[in-house]
Ligand binder design. Structure first.
Ligand SMILES: [Fe+2]
Length: 290
């Protein structure tokens, strides 16, 4: 992280300067000082985000993207959205199949529907704003601080490093706990109706779930359910392994566009070929020979 540019003017025109300059120019640096993380202000910002994330499992940075950056990133995502691969599946809250040996009202037998498209990394312009932001070393350093790791690494997955989730009418992501301890997403465009990010903390401690409370939420109960105020331009770090969460069903013409930025605590980490097949319908990047 020592090569990071410092003191980049936030008003640097897009397309000018180094990749770090172009990344910094996407962000509202007055509110989110990612360009000066070593300063007292930057360190206090990381500490504040870290505390919030530790206490609530949520670090939501409102108005993270500047309006012009939001516009450009949304246009970029919308232009590749027709190339999304759609995955339609049923799963339990634990992301597996139903266990028929369990009692009928057990959460391990309850199936949720997921219908979501994803545009793989290799379909995104490498010099575009989304990849530029993802590759910004300052973002990596900031996220390591928020999550509480000595350092983070970019995901080495040629399809899943940075992808764009596309929800069209009927799209949804049923209630589940993530396998990864944290996820990083951006809201670019909300749906006309639905597509709400809902979560329910406190149903899982370590690997142990409150089965009774979980069954109630899966049956439609609203106790403890929170709707995230996730609006265009917002940046979200979410501890999805510990909190049940979902995206409600989308209706209307407008696509819900949510980039997913993937990181790991170890270098050269990647999805398995099976997971790539599931999310992007292929395991190899475009143009790769089998
Ligand atoms: Fe999730």
């Amino acid at each position: 992280m020592r090569d990071r540019d410092r003191g980049t003017p936030p008003q640097a025109p897009h397309g000018a300067g180094s990749a770090s300059d172009r990344a910094a120019a996407l962000i509202d640096l007055a509110r989110h000082p990612l360009d000066r993380l070593d300063s007292a202000e930057g360190q206090a910002f990381i500490a504040r985000c870290r505390r919030t994330f530790q206490d609530s499992g949520v670090c939501l940075l409102k108005g993270f993207l500047l309006p012009e950056a939001l516009q450009k990133m949304t246009a970029e995502a919308a232009s590749v959205a027709p190339e999304a691969f759609y995955c339609h599946k049923q799963h339990t809250a634990f992301l597996g199949p139903a266990d028929e040996s369990l009692p009928a009202d057990h959460p391990g037998r309850h199936l949720e529907d997921t219908y979501v498209g994803s545009v793989a990394s290799d379909l995104l312009p490498p010099e575009g704003p989304l990849v530029t932001l993802y590759r910004w070393p300052a973002l990596l350093e900031f996220l390591a601080g928020v999550i509480g790791l000595p350092r983070l690494y970019h995901f080495a997955d040629p399809l899943g490093a940075v992808s764009v989730n596309v929800f069209q009418a009927g799209g949804q992501h049923g209630w589940h706990f993530d396998e990864a301890s944290f996820s990083v997403t951006l809201m670019l465009q909300t749906a006309e109706t639905g597509g709400l990010y809902e979560y329910c903390p406190g149903l899982r401690q370590g690997d142990v779930e409150d089965t009774e409370a979980l069954a109630k939420v899966l049956a439609g109960g609203r106790q403890g359910v929170i709707t995230m105020d996730f609006q265009p331009g917002d940046f979200l770090v979410f501890a999805g392994r510990d909190a049940l969460h979902r995206v409600t069903t989308v209706a209307g013409e407008r696509l819900r566009l949510v980039p997913v930025l993937s990181f790991s605590d170890r270098p050269d980490d990647s999805n398995s070929p099976e997971v790539r097949e599931l999310f992007w319908g292929r395991s190899e990047p475009r143009g790769a020979t089998a």
